[in-house]
Design a protein around this ligand. Structure first.
Ligand SMILES: NC(=O)c1ccc[n+]([C@@H]2O[C@H](COP(=O)([O-])OP(=O)(O)OC[C@H]3O[C@@H](n4cnc5c(N)ncnc54)[C@H](O)[C@@H]3O)[C@@H](O)[C@H]2O)c1
Length: 259
């Protein structure tokens, strides 16, 4: 578990330790190094100290690890995920804010090192359904409808717009034959055929996504609201168990895990 002391990391540690057949073999972060990760996660000692992320390669080689789970920040993931792939470990990447180039680089490491990976900006099963509904609506409504995406998250979130908003924008754009993205609007900015993307940040909002398909005289809104981070935790653990049994050299999406 990388980013083990973070919001997602601690929840994942708790869930993994209470799931039969899997365990936390190693934990990495930049903070609370040397402390038992069970203590950090509030479940009492499990005998696994938090290792400094700079020791990733050494610790991965010593510990028997099947899956590397990464919920950190993009600039850490681009360094650490290739190291894990080179150690022959399958990857679950939950960190958002990765660029297309970052994903291409990680994919090439997955292929080169013959491991399997899931990269998803959202491990919620409800969000996977939301994506399918948006894809279907885009296909049915076509280019006569304007599309606006509004997402809202807590005030500690570092990247904007959310990875989920970008993924759904890409799905809709593909379905509608290719669209430009416009992020927020200010000043004179007449609407074209773009997809508008807007980010709200405040308080403790776990994650809301609304896609508006706006026509003349009517609109459809497809909305997903996360009430708790548990939805990501369950999906990520499911993906971690699933990825070990898949064909190697392939990067999968959450939709593949649920298919
Ligand atoms: N894919 C999903 O379903 C999903 C769901 C929720 C959050 N996220 C994403 O997961 C990431 C983490 O979210 P969070 O809310 O847990 O954040 P957080 O800030 O609570 O935790 C991130 C942790 O990563 C650690 N970290 C930073 N750099 C590191 C490095 N180089 N090596 C090791 N650890 C490092 C930090 O110290 C921190 O403990 C974000 O990118 C967020 O957007 C994804």
């Amino acid at each position: 578990m990388v980013g083990a002391c973070g919001r997602m990391g601690t929840m994942l540690v708790k869930r993994i330790m209470s799931t039969e057949g899997i365990t936390v073999a190693a934990a990495f972060d930049l903070v609370r190094v040397g402390e038992d990760i069970g203590d950090v996660a509030g479940i009492g000692k499990i005998g696994v100290p938090v290792s400094d992320a700079k020791d990733l390669e050494k610790v991965l080689k010593e510990a028997k690890v099947d899956v590397y789970i990464d919920f950190t920040i993009a600039k850490a993931t681009v360094v650490n995920a290739p190291i894990a792939a080179r150690c022959g470990v399958n990857l679950i990447i939950g960190t958002t804010g990765l660029t297309a180039e970052d994903k291409t680089m990680i994919t090439s490491e997955v292929v080169k090192n013959n491991v399997a990976a899931v990269i998803s900006s959202n491990y919620s099963i409800g969000v996977a359904t939301f994506m399918k509904l948006c894809k279907q609506a885009a296909g049915l409504l076509g280019n006569d409808y304007d599309v606006e995406i509004i997402e809202a998250h807590h005030n500690q979130k570092k990247d904007a717009p959310s990875g989920t908003a970008m993924t759904v924008a890409e799905i809709i754009s593909k379905e509608m034959g290719g669209k430009e993205f416009v992020y927020g609007r200010e000043g004179v900015c007449p609407r074209g055929k773009e997809i508008g993307i807007h980010a709200v940040r405040g308080g403790d909002i776990v994650g809301d996504h609304t896609v508006m398909f706006i026509g003349n005289s009517e609109r459809i809104e497809v909305r997903h609201q996360a009430h708790s981070r548990e939805i990501f935790v369950g999906g990520a653990v499911l993906a971690a168990q699933w990825v070990c049994k898949q064909k190697k050299g392939v990067v999968y999406e959450m939709a593949d895990v649920l298919a």
